[in-house]
Design a protein around this ligand. Structure first.
Ligand code: GDP
Ligand code: MG
Length: 181
């Protein structure tokens, strides 16, 4: 008998203020490299990343959400079927972390109590610019704990630092959450 292996598809939402590096992160992890110019923003971009974890082939369907809070009534529709989330800020821009607090609050308001427990990670981007850091790691960690993120990471799309860790951790957490591992 032929065994049919089925890829596991997970929808992941990526949130963050303009210019924190969302497009760059996705470009870097989908092997499109790093560039100073990224595409102009659309309301939603959907990109795909393949990752093999414990012999499971996964397809991550990453939704980059960029719409304004004035459209937060649309949230529940966009979030439908989401398995996990990445909330991103820029370690060199302090206000971008308040934006994470706004997104996560809106996010949690839009979901049922069960859905609220899905794996979410907080990511401080552009860590290669550590000499311009305005968000201390300690504060970022405290905020990530306050909102019960599964983990806090700092990464760089320019150098590639920690990018694999973010996606492997999140995918494993999603697989665990859904009973695959
Ligand atoms: N040094 C550095 N610059 C970055 C990094 N990620 C993004 N950028 C730059 O920050 C700017 C905004 O990035 P972009 O991905 O367009 O942000 P988005 O609006 O969140 O999609 C661009 O000029 C990027 O080249 C990073 O990890 N390190
Ligand atoms: Mg962008």
């Amino acid at each position: 008998m032929v065994e049919i292996s089925r890829d596991l598809t997970f929808k992941i939402c990526l949130f963050g203020e303009k210019n924190v590096g969302k497009s760059s992160l996705i470009q870097a992890v989908t092997q499109k490299g790093f560039s100073k110019e990224t595409r102009p923003p659309a309301i939603i971009d959907i990109e795909t990343k393949h990752l093999t974890i414990n012999s499971f082939k996964t397809v991550l369907q990453i939704w980059i959400l960029r719409f304004d809070f004035q459209f937060d009534f649309l949230f529940p529709i966009f979030l439908r079927g989401t398995s996990g989330g990445i909330f991103m800020f820029d370690i060199t821009k302090f206000p971008s972390i308040s934006n994470v607090e706004r997104w996560i609050t809106t996010f949690k308001k839009s979901l049922s109590n069960d859905e609220k427990k899905i794996p979410l990670v907080m990511v401080g981007g552009k860590c290669d610019l550590y000499f311009k850091r305005t968000v201390p790691k300690k504060i970022a960690k405290e905020i990530s704990q306050k909102y019960e993120f599964f983990r806090y990471f700092e990464c760089s799309s320019k150098t590639g630092e920690n990018l694999d860790k973010v996606f492997k951790f999140l995918t494993r957490a999603i697989m665990k959450f859904n009973g695959y591992v």
